[in-house]
Ligand binder design. Structure first.
Ligand code: AGP
Length: 616
């Protein structure tokens, strides 16, 4: 993962590097560092922890210079220590390098370098690259910029795995090199200078145009000029820059203590946005201009594969039953992290939807590329519509949820489920879903924002319930049918932000093993709305109660049976079954949130996580 910012500025580099890094913290936040050319040497500062700590260090001890690179880390190789924080240096201490990605052959390369007398100070895979480049550059007869590019080419030619790198050398001064394979890297051009960044948003305030580097590109920048070379040695045309859209509005936390809480409460609005202008009442259907498919082409699809990771995978699971029910077309969900190793059967009539909030999840990008290779139509469902997935897919659906800053996804989950419901409606209406049922679905979806707003009014009540269970050391989440993915999602939210072990199961699986965990200290959260499997859920709740397990149930308003059976109930408005997943997840988001707050956890930046997982 990790985030990279580089800058050759008209003015001091340090403020750009720090501000840009802050915007990339969603990619990792365990340590951070900068290296700046001070006109003679390269000075560096590194700190363990957030970018704000690095900023404080630089405040006390600034570095003067207009050319620099910086990095915010999510540890892959080597513990979270100052030595392992980037930038890394070669033996001369004159070459500094930052890296996002994983070098798969770092061990063999490191062994060779050690044999040739190099000294390593970190346990990272990255330091290998610094030594490898430095070694070739140092023996070059003329140590100029061309020689540095050649050294980078030679080193990257030996590297297996993924990388986005930025580097500078004290002997080549106002000069930056960037290269990528697998990890994103962007070069930006603005009035204040030239920039490198892991994403566009981090530098969008300072640049007018950007170039998205391709895999195998090596870019060389000197503040005025920009040229591209290829690791393979083949000729490369310098790509034409593209104009940058206005960056998304960065709002603060407002009246909320955490972004996650704010984002949970934004859901009525984000759901409205997800649906705005996308219903065709005459045809009782949904429309997505971004899909770029005619109805005839959509009718060709005989199977759909939804792929994504984490919370997004849970949204896919919820969407699977919704689409199948509405469109009667088989849907399969695949973990994107497994996809390319599973040899998923695909063909030109199986549409693959690569789903991702960030659009930068490495596993999901790989699944998209694998699907393309196999000739399947590839579509994206992304919140970030200027992301790699959005760019590389043939068309797609934008979620329009706005920036999601809390690492735990909330508002984008409900937008994903709604987008999939609308996709089900569209595919159903060009097959055999009747007009009247299409209209019922539209009316139901349109009522969701108001219903979600009503559920959010239970926030305080849910915080009191959460307070009763903060000492629990394990939670079980249960749901049936489309509520099973919601149980999985509730458990994931709890684990991510409160660090309490939690697992989600289909309620009926209880007696096949999970019931062994039930005791008076293990609360079970049941999703038990008054739907077709209500009675079945009641039986499962009885089974837990018979073993003294505390039960918190999410049910339907006015359900006194549930209230008398369970220790605590959260009662929601009665809705048609296809709307229940979106409504039911809200109390689980709030329950996890209030539990984490009560435990004093860092809700927006949980330990060990990053918002966007850009390594395999
Ligand atoms: C969600 O709370 C997690 N942070 C994580 O599971 C996330 O959903 C997953 O990494 C996928 O991210 P994406 O949607 O940006 O691809």
């Amino acid at each position: 993962m990790c985030g990279i910012i580089g800058c050759i500025g008209e003015a001091a580099a340090q403020p750009f590097l720090i501000e840009g890094l802050g915007r990339l913290e969603y990619r990792g936040y365990d340590s951070a560092g900068v290296a700046i050319w001070n006109g003679k040497d390269i000075e560096t500062r590194k700190t363990v922890g957030r970018v704000s700590r690095l900023a404080a260090t630089l405040n006390d001890s600034p570095i003067d210079g207009d050319t620099g690179i910086s990095h915010t880390r999510w540890a892959t190789h080597g513990a979270v220590t100052e030595q392992n924080a980037h930038p890394h240096f070669d033996d001369s201490g004159r070459l500094a390098l930052v890296h996002n990605g994983v070098l798969e052959n770092h061990k063999a390369l490191r062994d060779g370098l050690i044999e040739r007398g190099h000294n390593f100070v970190s346990q990272t895979d990255t330091e290998v690259l610094a030594h490898l480049i430095g070694e070739t550059f140092d023996i070059s007869p003329v140590q100029n910029r061309e020689a540095l590019v050649a050294a980078v080419k030679s080193a990257l030619g030996q590297a297996l795995g993924t990388y986005g790198i930025g580097l500078l050398h004290a002997d080549t001064g106002r000069f930056l090199i960037a290269a990528r394979k697998g990890s994103p890297l962007i070069v930006g051009f603005g009035d204040g200078g030239q920039f490198l960044s892991s994403d566009v948003d981090a530098i969008a305030d300072w640049v007018n145009e950007v170039v998205y580097l391709e895999d195998g590109d090596i870019a060389a920048l000197d503040g005025d000029h920009f040229e591209v070379h290829r690791v393979s040695g083949e000729e490369a045309a310098t790509p034409a820059p593209v104009r940058v859209e206005a960056p998304p509005v960065r709002e603060g936390k407002g009246r909320y203590a955490h972004f996650m809480h704010k984002e949970i409460h934004e859901q009525p609005e984000t759901l409205r946005e997800a649906m705005k202008g996308r219903f065709d009442r005459e045809g009782a259907t949904a429309t997505f201009s971004g899909l770029q498919r005619t109805n005839e082409e959509l009718r060709e699809w005989h199977r759909i594969v939804l792929t994504g990771c984490g919370t997004t995978y849970h949204a896919a699971l919820a969407g699977e039953s919704l689409i199948e029910a509405m469109a009667r077309i088989p849907v399969e969900c695949e973990y994107a992290s497994e996809f390319r190793y599973r040899n998923v059967p695909l063909d030109s009539r199986t549409a693959v939807f690569a789903m991702s909030q960030s659009g930068e999840t490495a596993d999901t990008i790989a699944a998209l590329r694998e699907s393309k290779r196999k000739g399947a139509p590839t579509l994206g469902i992304c919140n970030n519509v200027i992301s790699t997935i959005a760019r590389e897919s043939e068309g797609g659906i934008g979620l329009r949820a706005g920036l999601e800053i809390g690492v735990a996804a909330t508002k984008t989950f409900t937008s994903q489920v709604v987008a999939l419901s609308m996709l089900g409606l569209l595919l159903g209406r060009i097959r055999d879903l009747p007009h009247a049922e299409g209209m019922d679905i539209i009316r139901g979806l349109e009522s969701l924002p108001e219903l979600v707003a009503r559920v959010l009014e239970l926030d305080e009540e849910i915080s009191h319930i959460a307070a009763k269970y903060v000492s629990a050391r394990n939670f079980l989440f249960m749901g049936r049918q489309a509520n099973f993915p919601i149980a999985l999602e509730g458990a994931l939210k709890m684990k991510e932000i409160s660090y309490i072990p939690a697992s989600g199961y289909p309620s009926a699986e209880l007696k096949h093993g999970v019931i062994a965990l039930v005791n008076d200290e293990t609360p079970s959260i049941f999703l038990a709305p008054q739907d077709g499997v209500y009675e079945k859920n009641l039986s499962n709740i009885e089974e837990v109660k018979a073993r003294k397990g505390p039960v918190i149930a999410v049910g339907t308003e006015g359900d006194e049976t549930l209230a008398s059976l369970c220790d605590d109930v959260i009662l929601l408005p009665q809705v048609p079954d296809f709307l229940a997943p979106v409504l039911n997840v809200i109390p689980l988001q709030l329950f996890a949130y209030h539990t984490a707050v009560a435990l004093g956890c860092d809700v927006d930046k949980p330990k060990n996580l990053a918002k966007s997982v850009t390594v395999e």
